[in-house]
Design a protein around this ligand. Structure first.
Ligand SMILES: Cc1ncc(COP(=O)(O)O)c(C=O)c1O
Length: 485
């Protein structure tokens, strides 16, 4: 299905692992030392996801570039898995953060600043729902939106899509299987089985959605308008209309989680595709890398929740966090939305993403590979199957861990960072078409080596990568560009 010789692939992975170990001795030493007191040797356990057995340690980052502690510079398409979609430390955010923290002071005072109202008005303009509140993460935006939805509807359950990801929200770790809903494999410390709290269906299956909503116990459907965390799964024509019609018909609220699909445009998929959810949640990119999240409600819902005498949303009701909406994160959010992730910036980012997608697509078709690439605004992702899966379950079944590892090692060994979770590339305002060309050349070389076509690999050799990446010695001396050595 993935069209490659597995023995050859295993040999290439071995070679790339050895190259990785040799290329990044500083990171390897830092990781080994950190194991003494950091759980799993990393500040957050998902950092163990990087291929090669240890993560790169960053020294610095700017725009679309990251530099590691061994002095290699990388073209960064990972962009902090969307947290850095504004680019690393863009100047307006840098200035707003240092002004707020160093000049004005008062990052956390229990008092509002005027930036918050500006940001809320801007989020309302972009996403259509009119009343906003702040969190520090997208996870919390989802948790609090779910609580409000339960309170507003008096219903106990939520509905999500199989293989979705909405942060560490207990209710969402559920998949649909032929034998019925199941807790997702590897789920950690669930308070109760998610089958108690949650209904689950496959994306793009309106019939299944209708059947589940007919129980009339679902407070809200929590969805990404396109799945992004199991590869990109786009909605089939008419599907999102069906979701909206069915949720309305069954008294269920609709929450669009735009945390990743924000890549579709200034107002995410909600605005790009003319959607009308009851609530919107978002996080990650909106504050230019400073922790911030937000959730918005329609005016009607906001008036109902404020007027609900049984709902304590001020004190002990389970909605809120001490640092949520702090002056520093709202200052960073304002600077990001006002000056960096602007309407114009999105147009340019999407143009580069289209260029990136076309480059990868040319490589795939010129070599008749049974692979495909899908674009969602400023984000693109390739998968090792010939047509885009229509659901999370199908996309999960198409996963190829060995090919993922090979591509991740191959690109990182040549100065290109992709997200370690899958093969996602994101463009920020600083990403250029030349950066996309860099990736396309590395991608082509990786595909050609896999097919045993060294001559084609040579054609697509990176300017600074002598030997076409065919031997360990060449790789160790030619990843990226060294800055400090
Ligand atoms: C769609 C979506 N929602 C929410 C989250 C949670 O974000 P955070 O981990 O920043 O809370 C993620 C994280 O990847 C996500 O992809």
């Amino acid at each position: 299905m993935t069209g490659c010789d597995r023995e050859r692939l295993a040999g290439l992975i071995e070679r790339e692992r050895a190259a990785y170990a040799a290329n990044f001795p500083g990171s390897r030493a830092a990781y080994t030392a950190a194991g003494e007191h950091l759980l799993g040797g990393v500040p957050m356990t998902w950092m163990r996801m990087w291929p090669g057995g240890f993560p790169l340690y960053q020294a610095s980052a700017s725009g679309a570039r990251v530099t590691d502690i061994d002095g290699h510079e990388f073209t960064d398409f990972c962009l902090g898995d969307t947290g850095a979609m504004a680019g690393h430390s863009p100047a307006p955010v840098r200035e707003a953060v240092s002004r707020r923290y160093a000049e004005l002071g008062g990052a956390t005072t229990m008092l509002p600043t005027q930036d918050a109202a500006w940001v809320a008005a801007e989020l309302a303009r972009r996403f259509g729902v009119s009343r906003w509140s702040f969190t520090l993460t997208a996870t919390d935006a989802n948790r609090w939106a779910i609580r409000l939805a339960r309170q507003l509807t008096g219903r106990p359950k939520i509905l999500v899509f199989s293989y979705c990801y909405h942060g560490s929200v207990d209710e969402s770790f559920i998949v649909a299987t032929d034998a019925g809903p199941r807790s997702r494999a590897g789920n950690v410390g669930a308070p109760v089985s998610p089958t108690v709290t949650t209904r689950v269906v496959e994306f793009n299956d309106a019939g299944a959605l209708e059947r589940e909503l007919a129980h009339r116990d679902v407070a809200a459907v929590l969805m990404e308008p396109a799945l992004t965390n199991i590869g990109i799964v786009l909605p089939a024509p008419g599907y999102l209309d069906a979701v909206r019609t069915l949720t309305r018909a069954h008294g269920t609220l609709l929450i669009n989680d735009e945390t990743h699909t924000f890549s579709a445009g200034p107002g995410g998929c909600t605005r790009a595709w003319g959607l009308s959810p009851d609530m919107v949640t978002i996080g990650k990119a909106i504050a230019g890398g400073i922790p911030a999240g937000a959730y918005g409600l329609s005016q009607d819902l906001s008036e109902r929740i404020l007027g609900d005498s049984t709902a304590d949303i001020v004190d002990t009701g389970g909605v809120g966090g001490t640092l949520a909406g702090n002056a520093l994160s709202v200052a960073a959010t304002r600077a990001t939305l006002e000056h960096v992730l602007t309407d114009d910036a999105f147009a340019a980012m999407i143009e580069v993403a289209t260029y990136f997608t076309e480059g990868v697509r040319r490589v795939i078709s010129s070599r008749s590979l049974p692979w495909h690439i899908t674009q969602l605004g400023a984000r693109a992702e390739y998968r090792f199957c010939d047509s885009p899966p229509l659901s999370g379950g199908l996309s999960n079944a198409a996963a190829d861990a060995e090919l993922d590892e090979y591509m991740h090692l191959y690109t990182i060994n040549r100065g290109v960072l992709m997200t370690p979770f899958h093969n996602m590339a994101l463009m920020c305002p600083a990403t250029t078409k030349a950066d996309a060309d860099t990736h396309t050349a590395v991608f082509a070389a990786a595909a050609d080596e896999l097919a045993g076509l060294p001559s084609r690999a040579a054609e697509h050799r990176l300017a600074g990568l002598s030997g076409g990446g065919t031997g360990l010695h060449e790789q160790t001396t030619h990843i990226g560009r060294r800055r400090h050595t």
